[in-house]
Design a protein around this ligand. Structure first.
Ligand code: ARG
Length: 456
């Protein structure tokens, strides 16, 4: 493709330099947004009398046709074009002649690309949000179903106190809800329309920037032309939000991987979401969860790419910034891929309640409740704590649990113990007694799920 700037240059282009400089292989995915932006710009140029109304109409028509042809595969993107902006403009000029050459009046690719990425990413944020909401629905449904499914809660990966599987799941729902709100925030700050910044210093033409913003559904216009073309905060911010989201998915995956092991066996993944081994016939591996955990590194890497790419750049536009796209596109693509695979994996898994219950029964997770039992009968907590510790030690020595230790042993340690201690330390009692706001009692878990659903 002949260079747009051939007038200034006396040498033929070098093919390798051409390829090195080109972004068409990764920015052509923004073609719809590029064309919509150009239609808005041309419409405004016509309305302002900067170009003839009839020419503006012809440009808009030509651009719509190009959009249609690209969508329907009648037109292919030329891989030798420098970028999608140059390609569309060249195609328009090939179709309309001189009229096409008027489109770029009072515009630069610098503000054009700043506009296109924003438009592209705000659509992608909606797509990610929709996938996230689907996952949140699945989580709330599962949590309600398992509001009373007793499970040990862990600290330091040691059995700690009773929770329910539903409560555990709702913890992830809270994280994902914050991710959703981060995406909203990010979209809000992306809502400034940069066109009119031109190359860096605005323009002498009487543009109506607000009109372009209105056509393209932006709430505001950017207020400084240098910032308008050189701001990529929205890419970094989105990559940061997506990285945190992936960290959440990764933690969840880590637990799923543990729960699938024979050592836990709290869940079983559907065959469709697990894989076998090429040599070990007995294996059923949680590869999907492992891949989501692994891909977290990629998205965090994309964030680091963006931060590092921006950190030394002087104002305003620098070509370094072309590197923004592969990083942020990869982050968005990866998150979408992970969410859309993770959600059905979760909704199709089998929860092995009995195994959870058995594991919960073995870990003295009712020891705190045993101490609380004494405290509620007037024993100072530290004394109650010590007495219960002695009982646990005795159980470990004798190979029993608090539930099966005879009353005489209890009373030998502390005479305040009575028969009703056995009811107080039943796991179901311990669980449902934790009805404090945000606690794991079945009723509280159902409330948590309702509250999340309401926020969706
Ligand atoms: N392909 C470029 C990018 O993605 C478009 C802007 C080019 N501007 C320029 N002055 N070379 O950043």
């Amino acid at each position: 493709m002949a260079k747009m700037w051939a007038g200034r240059f006396s040498k033929e282009e070098n093919e390798q330099v051409n390829d090195f400089n080109s972004s068409i292989s990764f920015d052509s995915r923004m073609y719809q947004h590029d064309i919509m932006g150009s239609i808005a710009h041309a419409t405004m140029l016509g309305e302002q009398g900067i170009i003839e109304k009839s020419e503006a109409d012809a440009i808009c028509m030509g651009l719509s046709e190009i959009l249609d042809d690209l969508k329907n595969g009648r037109l292919a993107v030329d891989p030798s074009a420098e970028d999608i902006h140059m390609f569309v403009e060249a195609e328009l000029t090939a179709r309309l002649g001189d009229t096409g050459k008027r489109l770029h009046t009072a515009r630069s690719r610098n503000d054009q690309v700043a506009l296109d990425i924003r438009m592209y990413l705000r659509d992608e944020i909606e797509a990610v949000t929709a996938l996230l909401e689907e996952l949140l629905h699945v989580l709330c449904d599962l949590a309600k179903e398992h509001a009373g499914t007793v499970m040990s809660g862990y600290t330091h990966l040691q059995r700690a106190q009773p929770v329910s599987f539903g409560h555990h799941l709702m913890a992830y729902a809270q994280m994902l809800l914050r991710d959703r709100s981060r995406l909203f925030d990010c979209k809000k700050r992306m809502d400034d329309m940069p066109l009119g910044s031109c190359a860096l210093a605005g323009t002498t033409y009487p543009l109506n920037r607000e009109r372009v913003a209105e056509i393209l559904n932006f709430s505001h216009v950017t207020e400084n032309s240098l910032d308008g073309v050189s701001d990529r905060d929205f890419c970094m911010e989105l990559a940061a939000a997506l990285s945190i989201l992936m960290v959440h998915l990764s933690r969840f995956c880590e637990e799923i991987i543990l729960w699938c092991s024979w050592e836990f066996k709290f869940i079983e993944l559907d065959d469709a979401y697990a894989t076998g081994s090429s040599i070990m016939p007995q294996k059923k591996n949680p590869d999907i969860a492992e891949l989501v955990r692994g891909k977290t590194g990629r998205v965090v890497g994309d964030l680091v790419t963006l931060l590092t790419m921006m950190k030394g750049l002087p104002l305003a536009y620098n070509k370094d910034m072309q590197e923004d796209k592969e990083a942020i596109f990869d982050a968005v693509d990866t998150v979408k891929l992970c969410l859309s695979t993770f959600t059905p994996m979760l909704s199709s898994m089998t929860v092995l309640k009995d195994n959870m219950r058995q594991a919960a029964a073995k870990g003295f997770i009712n020891a705190t409740d045993c101490a609380d039992y004494l405290t509620k009968k007037g024993v100072p907590f530290r004394d109650a704590y010590k007495a219960t510790g002695q009982l646990v030690a005795q159980c470990i020595k004798e190979g029993c649990v608090l539930e099966t230790l005879p009353l005489a042993s209890y009373q030998a340690v502390c005479p305040v113990f009575e028969q009703d201690v056995y009811d107080a330390i039943r796991l179901e009692t311990c669980l449902n007694g934790r009805s404090v706001l945000g606690g794991p009692a079945a009723e509280s878990v159902r409330k948590q799920a309702d509250s999340v659903m309401k926020q969706l």
